[in-house]
Design a protein around this ligand. Structure first.
Ligand code: GLN
Length: 382
């Protein structure tokens, strides 16, 4: 057996697989990995059935179903009053994570720096490492996970190839504000850095707050890969379909990597989305739908000793367990799953140095009321 020198020596199995496996082992209510436990809308199921019964079984176009890209161009051109070219600027991917991975491989070269805002989704840094890049971190801290832009300014240099943003933010549920966008723009004036904006939770924003998309601002858009996910918007995370919108030059580099990674993605699923995309009522109520779930989950646990942090978007609620246990969050989540029968995600894994002092866990509330009630029943004595 030859010696293998790992390209990712510090990386184990993603926390989402670890916790979902543990949840299954202990028959715990799984509020860890983010996915809905209710069915998608009937209209989408019917569109999928129609696509399956039609002639959509061979390779889709490498860049994605033409009608679907047209529909997306129309959706975002209208929404943000911009011109988006379906042919040159939109690529359909096998979910948000693949789009993020591909964008990073497309532009990051060895020794390039990539600026990440921790806590961040766990796929970002391994993708940078595989491209030979170096992660530089700005740590956002609880309870509000605000960004101090004067500190960010110090981290941006000629070496910065890419800056990765995520709003609405997983795991914290925070949002970038109008002021954040203005501050970012002022920093960018002096750099050549590209941007990657992970906007997979674009339609899940609470309390009448606003989602600021990087597509809405010409200056930001001109250097951004903006990534979206049908899974989050249409309750079908397992279909693994997402997309990347980027200016022609960036899209052209993106597609060079995409074509030799997945080539193209599920043809019938793309056809199904192409046929439901002009029914915006399918996602217009998503914010209030999930806001109700957030409020219900919080009310069920109002008498527990968990302290809930602000949650302005996404379908995740971060909670402090400092009044319940002094265990590290990883140990606490394992204990919660095995002993109390509820699985959650430890927040420290989203920081660079597995910052074990945050004492925070993330619950996914994209669940039926009965699931949330069952979890609350098990947690309420804590
Ligand atoms: N995005 C989902 C989450 O944060 C999980 C994705 C995955 O399991 N790879 O829970």
């Amino acid at each position: 057996m030859p010696n293998i020198s790992s390209k990712l020596p510090d990386i184990g199995t993603t926390i989402f697989s670890v916790m979902s496996k543990l949840a299954a082992q202990h028959q715990a209510v799984n509020l860890s990995q983010g996915f809905p436990d209710f069915p998608p809308k009937k209209k989408l199921m019917e569109a999928a059935e129609e696509a399956l019964n039609g002639n959509h079984h061979q390779y889709a176009l490498m860049v994605g179903n033409a009608k679907l890209r047209e529909q997306l161009a129309t959706k975002y051109s209208k929404k943000y009053t911009v011109q988006i070219d379906a042919e040159k600027e939109i690529t359909i991917t096998a979910g948000g994570t693949q789009a993020i991975f591909t964008a990073i491989q497309a532009v990051v070269k060895p020794n390039d720096e990539v600026l990440l805002f921790a806590p961040c989704y766990d796929s970002y840094s391994p993708a940078v490492t595989l491209a030979g890049g170096k992660c530089v971190y700005y740590n956002m801290l609880p309870p509000n996970f605000k960004i101090d832009w004067n500190e960010v300014r110090k981290l941006v240099s000629d070496k910065t190839k890419l800056i990765i943003f995520n709003s609405p933010h997983n795991p914290t549920g925070s949002l970038l504000s109008a002021d954040d966008m203005a501050q970012l723009k002022s920093i960018l004036q002096h750099t050549n850095a590209l941007l990657l904006s992970d906007e997979v939770y674009e339609h899940i924003v609470f309390d009448n707050e606003k989602h600021y998309s990087f597509l809405a601002d010409e200056e930001l858009r001109s250097r951004s890969f903006v990534i979206f996910s049908f899974g989050k918007t249409y309750h079908v995370t397992g279909w693994k379909i997402g997309y990347c919108i980027a200016p022609e030059k960036l899209t052209s580099e993106f597609r060079k990597a995409h074509q030799f990674n997945v080539f193209s993605v599920s043809s019938f699923a793309q056809e199904a989305f192409a046929n439901v995309l002009d029914f915006p009522e399918m996602y217009h109520s998503l914010s209030s739908f999930y806001e109700t779930k957030r409020n219900y989950f919080r009310s069920l646990l109002a008498d527990s000793s968990f302290e809930f942090l602000p949650c302005k978007g996404t379908y995740f609620q971060v909670a402090s367990y400092k009044n319940i246990s002094s265990k590290s969050d990883i140990e606490f989540c394992k204990w919660l799953t095995a002993e109390k029968g509820v699985a959650a995600i430890p927040v420290s894994v989203f920081y660079a140095e597995n910052n074990n002092n945050v004492n925070l866990v993330r619950f996914c509330f994209a669940k039926q009321e009965s699931t949330l009630e069952c979890a609350a029943e098990r947690l309420k004595g804590l």
